[in-house]
Design a protein around this ligand. Structure first.
Ligand code: NAD
Length: 496
């Protein structure tokens, strides 16, 4: 399918546009999803010429270029228009350019708007698109936005109201880039296409679920933004709860957007809303401290550029969610996410209950575990028990592994590219919907409030560990432990 569409990118000179948007559009172009009938208007405050803009676009796709001729034709579809989003007159210029390009490229009135800008501009942009008649209803008209979607239930509701005054929910595509990842989309395949898992997918057979989103990097040059967010809002509210809802949801009757989203929302609503005391008991936070790791010295979070020296923003959050329904009652869902941890890795561990055989000693140490690897490797593994080779009858864990490095194999389309194609198709399955975001904020607001009330020092953790001690104690209290403990690997090699 080749799409006919005019893209307008707000924030075209920014980091998101050049790191993600242009490369994704180029990949779609190379695959033939975009061909002659598309044009891109890039807007931002700076005064750039079309030619300069095209140079920037070419630079941002440099690594993907295999033919200079092809790249030059691709770039010729890009046009730049200097624009201040608060000035109505500027939209008039934008509309005229859009009309000219729509004719020239025969885009059939289809329009996609990417808002690669801070969320406080979203409302103004949406309103002007309507009042200045850039939206005409002639073709499909969709708006794509990035996180953060609000900072609390209150601010998210305001933001949503400002968008829905102009766009309907099915025209709004809220990107959660993890939902574009191959293995997140495979969670449902692993679950529902395998009778051996789906028949065990409940509290009779699953002991606990563990979701880890670990980053090895610190805040890098995004300290200014991060210090206003923290791990809870930046990761748990969106990515982690999205993954959790995919694992916990009931099987949708039909595998389409409406049914899947309805089941995810139902799962999110079944998560217990904690009281402030429960939130304090079940969630822990941490901040990375200045430390050495792997023979290198690292600054602590509070010494990072653009971070307040007395910052109480958490760079690590871990907690336990409980789900009050027949399938999951009594099964803790442990989640954690943090920066400057031992290594980068997003994975899900489904820990099954130990069996009841009297022949072998079975306990949580020998539990069967289904691990789903999201990144940097993709795939899954199943930890089973086998007999140790040789004399005797000792049991040892065996890991059946299907795991590959997607970047190396190059066969897994980049998350953004997949999501753009979905948005072009009008398929919102892998985007975050308002009902999901809203419920997630309800859950997160309580935890945030509990932490904000608590003036005790933020627990510190050394760079290269898997978070503060409290994150381990949280599970130990229930007789559990984190199944993925990369620290062990490092400790054995004398690196920690
Ligand atoms: P950036 O600061 O690099 O770019 C912002 C863009 O907005 C620039 O093009 C700037 O010229 C434009 N802009 C600012 N004020 C304007 C105005 N009044 N009128 C017109 N244009 C204006 O930011 P970014 O890193 O590209 O991020 C954009 C948004 O995406 C942010 O909300 C950020 O939180 C979100 N986001 C970014 C990333 C990323 O990887 N960079 C990842 C996730 C989410």
């Amino acid at each position: 399918m080749t799409y006919q569409v005019l893209f307008t990118i707000f924030g075209a000179t920014g980091d998101l546009a050049s790191r993600k948007l242009y490369p994704s559009l180029f990949r779609l172009y190379k695959k033939g999803e975009l061909a002659e009938n598309f044009a891109v208007i890039g807007t931002a405050r700076r005064e750039w010429t079309h030619d300069y803009y095209r140079e920037v676009v070419l630079q941002s796709i440099a690594e993907l270029i295999t033919s200079d001729h092809e790249a030059a034709i691709f770039a010729s579809h890009f046009y730049y228009q200097s624009h201040d989003v608060g000035d109505a007159a500027h939209y008039e210029t934008l509309r005229r350019l859009g009309e000219t390009l729509a004719k020239q490229y025969q885009t059939q009135g289809n329009q996609m708007f990417f808002l690669a800008m801070a969320p406080h501009f979203f409302g103004t942009i949406a309103e002007h698109l309507k009042s200045e008649k850039i939206l005409t209803g002639a073709g499909f008209e969709r708006i794509v936005i990035e996180k953060p979607f609000g900072e609390s239930l209150e601010t998210a509701t305001k933001l949503n109201d400002s968008l829905t005054r102009v766009f309907s929910e099915d025209q709004i595509f809220r990107i959660d880039h993890y939902l574009g990842k191959e293995m997140i989309q495979s969670v449902s395949a692993v679950r529902f296409a395998n009778q051996m898992f789906e028949s065990l997918w409940n509290n009779r057979h699953i002991d606990n679920v563990q979701i880890t989103f670990a980053e090895a990097l610190g805040v890098e040059d995004r300290g200014g933004y991060y210090d206003t967010a923290g791990a809870l809002k930046d990761m748990i509210q969106n990515h982690v709860l999205q993954v959790l809802s995919l694992i916990a949801m009931e099987e949708p009757e039909v595998f389409d957007e409406a049914h899947i989203v309805a089941q995810k929302v139902k799962a999110l609503k079944a998560i217990k809303t904690y009281t402030l005391d429960e939130a304090r008991e079940n969630f822990v936070r941490g901040q990375y401290a200045a430390s050495s790791f792997n023979h290198k010295e690292f600054a602590g979070y509070k010494e990072e550029p653009l971070v307040a020296a007395d910052s109480r923003t958490e760079t690590f959050a871990a907690g336990k969610f409980e789900i009050d329904n027949a399938r999951w009652a009594g099964v803790p869902f442990y989640v954690r996410s943090g920066k400057r941890l031992t290594e980068k890795g997003t994975r899900i561990n489904i820990v099954f209950k130990p069996g009841g055989s009297s022949l072998f000693e079975q306990n949580l140490e020998t539990a069967n575990i289904l691990t789903i690897y999201i990144q940097p490797t993709e795939g899954f593994s199943l930890t089973m028990n086998g007999k140790k080779l040789g004399q005797g009858f000792e049991i040892e864990p065996v890991v059946l592994m299907y795991r590959h490095d997607s970047a190396y194999l190059g066969n897994s389309p980049e998350a953004y590219e997949k999501l753009f194609l979905d948005a072009l198709k009008g398929d919102g399955t892998n985007f975050s919907h308002w009902e999901e975001a809203k419920r997630a904020w309800e859950l997160i607001d309580v935890i945030r409030a509990a932490w904000d009330e608590d003036a005790s020092p933020i627990p510190q953790y050394a760079v290269g560990t898997m978070g503060p001690r409290a994150a381990h104690e949280l599970l130990a209290r229930d007789g559990h432990f984190w199944r993925w403990t990369p620290d062990v690997w490092y400790r054995e090699r004398g690196l920690l």
